[in-house]
Design a protein around this ligand. Structure first.
Ligand code: ADP
Ligand code: MG
Length: 744
C-alpha cells in the first residue's frame, strides 16, 4: 500500500460511520430494507457504498455485485463518485462511476454507480426489474424530493419481485420512523455523531454586538435587491404562504425591549422580503478581521443571488483581494452556469471548495442549501444563514405554481448551524430575528405536496404503472386529490393523455424531456417546424429569472430599453430579440456592455445561453432534430410561426382581449376580469391587434395577474390551441412530422 492510500484509510477510519461498519453490514445481510440515519458529514454517502462493495469483494462476490446509489442532484453524484474513486486510489470510471443527465463516466468494471434519482427512474422505464442490480441505495431521503418519493413507491412494488435485491435508505435528520413504517417496519441504524458547540447569533444580537445600523437605503442599493424590494412591496407576485404570515405575525408580536435603541431602530428597517447584502458584506469583513482561522459558509437561495453577491464582494477592497480571500460559489446548477464540463467542475470543487486554502487566506463559500446536507466542506467554522431557500410551491385550488425563495424549516436552520461545528467550535449568524426562527415550521413540506404533478403523472404513465390516482394513493404522503385531478385534466387538455388516461405520441415524447410539459411541447413543435432557435430562447427564458431589470431610479430608461425589444405584443418575442442581440455582442466585455446598455441581467443571459444548449441536446436525444442548424432553423426568422408555437405550448393558458373606447381589458373563462403583471410591456399599448393572449403563469392575489404573455390571432388559437387538443393530437403530430414513429 502506498503512503497516500494509508493516509486515506486512516482518514476513513476516523469517520463515525466507520465504527458502525459491522452493525450496518449485518443489518443489510439480514434485511431486505434498512434505513440509515446520521449527522451530515458522518460518512454515509462516501463510506456505506464502499463498505458494501468491500465486503462483497472479500466474499469473492465482487464481480456479481452491482450497487446503484441515487443522489437528488447531479453535482453531488459527480463529486461523491470522484471522492470515492480518490479514496480507493482509482480513477473515476473504473470501479466507481457516475451517470447524470447528458453526462456520465462508467466502464465495464464499474460496480458502484452514482446517479441522479431521475436517471434511475429512466432506467426503470426500460428495465422494470433492475436486472443484475444487487443493491439500491437512495440517499438524502430526508429532503423528500418528488422524485425520491416517487422512486420509493416504485421500489416498494419491486421488492417482492426481486427478493435478493437490497434497498438502503439514507437520511441526515432523523424522521426515520416515517420511512420505517412505510416500508413494513424496516430496521433503522443510527450513526451517532459528534459536533462541537456552535455559538448562535440572531439578527438582533448581530446588530447589538456590531453596532451595525441597518437603514432602508442599505437594502435597496443594488439592482438585484432593489428589484426584489420593488416587486414584493408593490406588485402582488405570490399568494402569501402560510409561513410568511406566521413570520409576519411573529414579527409584529415581538418586542426587542432588551436591546438598545439603536438596535431596535435598525430592526424596524429590516426587510424580511430581501437578503441584506450590505449586512452580509459587513459581517464577512468582521469575520476576516478575526484571529481565528476557518472557512466561512454563506447560505443563500440560488445562483442569482449568489452571483450578485459575488459581484458585490469582488469589488470590495478586502473581500475582493485574492491575497486575502478565496471567494467561491457552490450550487446545484453550477455546471450549466459556469459553463465548465464535468472534469473542470470537479477540479473546481475538489481543489477549491474542499481543500484548505493557503495560510492567511480566508475561504468564503457562497452556497445554496446544497451545502446543508449533500456536500460537506470540512474546514467551515463560520456560517452565515439568510434563512431562505428556493422552493417550489403549488396552490392546487388556483392551479398556480411558483418557485420563490421562502423561509426554511427549523430542521434546515439547525443543519446549517451544524455545518460550523464539524472540526472545532464554530459560530453561526442567522440573518433574521429569533422570533422569526421560532415561527419556522419544524420540517419542510415534502415536494410532492407542494408542486404541480403534471410531470410526475406523465412519468407514472410512461412507466406503465396503472391508474395515476391509485398509484399516488400509495405514496409516503399522498397529494390531495384535487391536485392529482388538475394534473390529469391538464395532460388530457394538452393532448398528452387520451380520454382513457393512456399516453399519446405527444405524451410519449414529452416523457423524454424532463421539464414542464408546456415547455416540452414548444420544443417539439419548434423542432418539427424547423424554427428551433427562437423557440429554444423562449423555453430557456421561461426557466430563468426575468432578465429585464427595472431599477427604481432609472425606471424610464429601463422601460425605454425594454420597449425596443417589445414592439409586437409579446413578452416572449421580446426576450428572443434581447437574447439574439446579446449573443451577437457576447465575448467578454461587449456582452456586459450590451446588458448594461439595455438593462438586462448578464447572469440571466448566461443562464439562458447554457439552458438552450442543454435543451437542445435533450431534444436531440428524442431523435426529433438533426445536428445541422441550417435544417432546424429554416423557418427561424418567421416570428409569426414562433408566435403560433408559443400559443401551442401555453394553451390552455388563454384570455380574451376586450377593447373599449380608450383601452382594453382582459378576461378569462374561470376568473373573469384579469390584469397583466407589471413587467409586461403589452400593458403599455392602448390597442392590441389580436383578439387573444396566451400566458405562462397566473398569480392570484386580490386580482388575478398574468405573467409572460403573447398576443395571438383567431387562426393561431384555432390551429394550435383548442381544436388540436380536442381533436386527435396523435394524427396531427404524425402528419406534421412525417418521421414521428408510433412505437408505443
Ligand atoms: P454524509 O453523507 O454522512 O453527510 P459524506 O460521506 O459525504 O458524509 O462525507 C464524509 C466525510 O468525508 C466528510 O465529512 C468529509 O470530511 C469527507 N469528504 C467527503 N467528500 C469529500 C471531498 N470531495 N473531498 C474531501 N473530503 C471529502
Ligand atoms: Mg451524504
Amino acid at each position: 500500500e502506498c503512503p497516500e492510500g494509508r493516509k486515506m484509510m486512516k482518514f476513513r477510519s476516523t469517520l463515525p460511520a466507520y465504527k458502525e461498519k459491522d452493525v450496518i453490514l449485518n443489518a443489510i445481510s439480514q434485511n431486505q430494507v434498512i434505513i440509515i440515519s446520521g449527522e451530515t458529514g458522518c460518512g454515509k454517502t462516501t463510506q456505506i457504498p464502499q463498505f458494501i462493495l468491500e465486503s462483497e469483494i472479500e466474499r469473492m462476490q465482487g464481480a456479481m455485485c452491482n450497487i446503484i446509489c441515487t443522489q437528488p442532484r447531479r453535482i453531488s453524484a459527480m463529486s461523491v463518485s470522484e471522492r470515492i474513486a480518490t479514496e480507493r486510489g482509482e480513477t473515476l470510471g473504473e470501479t466507481v462511476g457516475y451517470k447524470v443527465r447528458l453526462e456520465g463516466m462508467k466502464g465495464r468494471d464499474t460496480h458502484l454507480l452514482f446517479c441522479t434519482t431521475g436517471i434511475l427512474l429512466r432506467r426503470l422505464l426500460v428495465d422494470r426489474n433492475l436486472k443484475g442490480v444487487t443493491y439500491v441505495i437512495v440517499d438524502e431521503i430526508h429532503e423528500r424530493g418528488i422524485n425520491e418519493d416517487f422512486l420509493l413507491i416504485v421500489l416498494k412494488d419491486l421488492l417482492p419481485r426481486r427478493p435478493e435485491l437490497r434497498l438502503i435508505l439514507m437520511s441526515a435528520t432523523l424522521d426515520a420512523e416515517l420511512f420505517s413504517s412505510y416500508l413494513g417496519g424496516a430496521p433503522v441504524v443510527h450513526i451517532p455523531g459528534f459536533t462541537y458547540p456552535v455559538k448562535t447569533h440572531f439578527l438582533e444580537s448581530i446588530l447589538e454586538a456590531t453596532r451595525y445600523q441597518l437603514t432602508p437605503y442599505n437594502q435597496v442599493d443594488d439592482y438585484g435587491t432593489e428589484k426584489m424590494w420593488k416587486m414584493s412591496k408593490q406588485t402582488p407576485r405570490k399568494r402569501k404562504s402560510q409561513i410568511a404570515s406566521t413570520v409576519e405575525d411573529a414579527l409584529s408580536a415581538a418586542d426587542f425591549k432588551d436591546y438598545t435603541a439603536l438596535t431596535q431602530e435598525s430592526m424596524s428597517y429590516w426587510n424580511p422580503d430581501c437578503i441584506g447584502f450590505n449586512l452580509i458584506e459587513y459581517l464577512l469583513c468582521n469575520i476576516c478581521e478575526k484571529e481565528r482561522a476557518g472557512a466561512v459558509l454563506v447560505f443563500l437561495t440560488g445562483w442569482d443571488d449568489i452571483s450578485s453577491l459575488k459581484d458585490k464582494l469582488q469589488a470590495h477592497p478586502v473581500l475582493g483581494d485574492p491575497n486575502r480571500v478565496l471567494l467561491l460559489a457552490c450550487h446545484g446548477s453550477m455546471a450549466s452556469e459556469e459553463q465548465v464540463n464535468v472534469n473542470q467542475l470537479l477540479i473546481v470543487s475538489k481543489k477549491l471548495i474542499f481543500n484548505k486554502p493557503e495560510d492567511g487566506i480566508r475561504k468564503i463559500v457562497l452556497a445554496t442549501n446544497i451545502a446543508e446536507t449533500s456536500i460537506t466542506i470540512d474546514d467551515v467554522v463560520f456560517v452565515v444563514d439568510c434563512g431562505k431557500a428556493k422552493e417550489t410551491s403549488y396552490d392546487a385550488l388556483n392551479n398556480t405554481p411558483c418557485l420563490l425563495p421562502s423561509w426554511i424549516s427549523k430542521v434546515s436552520a439547525k443543519q446549517r448551524r451544524g455545518r460550523a461545528g464539524r472540526v472545532q467550535p464554530g459560530e453561526c449568524y442567522h440573518l433574521y430575528p429569533r422570533c422569526v426562527y421560532d415561527a419556522f415550521e419544524d420540517y419542510q413540506l415534502p415536494e410532492i405536496l407542494r408542486t404541480p404533478l403534471q410531470s410526475l403523472c406523465l412519468q407514472i404513465k410512461s412507466l406503465k404503472l396503472g391508474s395515476i390516482s391509485e398509484f399516488l394513493s400509495r405514496a409516503l404522503q399522498s397529494p390531495e386529490n384535487r391536485a392529482v385531478q388538475n394534473a390529469i385534466e391538464y395532460l388530457k387538455t394538452i393532448g398528452a393523455l387520451d380520454e382513457n388516461e393512456k399516453l399519446t405520441v405527444l405524451g410519449h415524447y414529452l416523457t423524454m424531456l424532463p421539464m414542464e410539459p408546456k415547455l416540452g411541447k414548444m420544443l417539439i413543435l419548434g423542432a418539427i417546424f424547423n424554427c428551433l432557435d427562437p423557440v429554444l430562447s423562449v423555453v430557456a427564458g421561461l426557466s430563468v429569472r426575468d432578465p429585464f431589470l427595472a431599477p427604481l431610479d432609472k425606471k424610464d430608461l429601463a422601460e425605454a430599453a425594454k420597449a425596443q425589444f417589445s414592439h409586437d405584443y409579446s413578452d416572449h418575442l421580446a426576450l428572443v430579440r434581447a437574447y439574439k442581440g446579446w449573443k451577437v455582442a457576447d465575448g467578454d466585455q461587449t456582452g456586459y456592455e450590451y446588458c448594461w446598455k439595455n438593462f438586462l441581467s448578464a447572469q440571466s443571459m448566461k443562464a439562458i445561453d447554457s439552458l438552450r444548449k442543454e435543451f437542445y441536446s435533450l431534444l436531440k436525444d428524442t431523435g426529433l432534430v438533426d445536428s445541422n442548424p441550417a435544417t432546424y432553423n429554416v423557418w427561424s426568422y418567421d416570428e409569426h410561426l414562433v408566435r403560433a408555437i408559443i400559443c401551442y405550448g401555453l394553451y390552455p393558458g388563454i384570455c380574451s382581449i376586450v377593447h373599449n373606447e380608450k383601452s382594453f381589458s382582459l378576461k378569462t373563462m374561470e376568473d373573469g376580469h384579469v390584469l397583466l403583471y407589471s413587467n409586461s410591456m403589452i400593458a403599455r399599448h392602448s390597442r392590441i391587434p389580436y383578439p387573444w393572449l396566451v400566458f405562462n403563469e397566473k398569480i392570484k392575489v386580490n386580482s388575478v395577474f398574468l405573467r409572460d404573455s403573447t398576443a395571438v390571432s383567431d387562426s393561431m388559437l384555432l390551429l394550435f390551441g383548442g381544436s388540436i387538443s380536442k381533436g386527435d393530437m396523435d394524427d396531427h403530430l404524425k402528419m406534421l412530422g412525417g418521421y414521428l414513429e408510433f412505437y408505443m
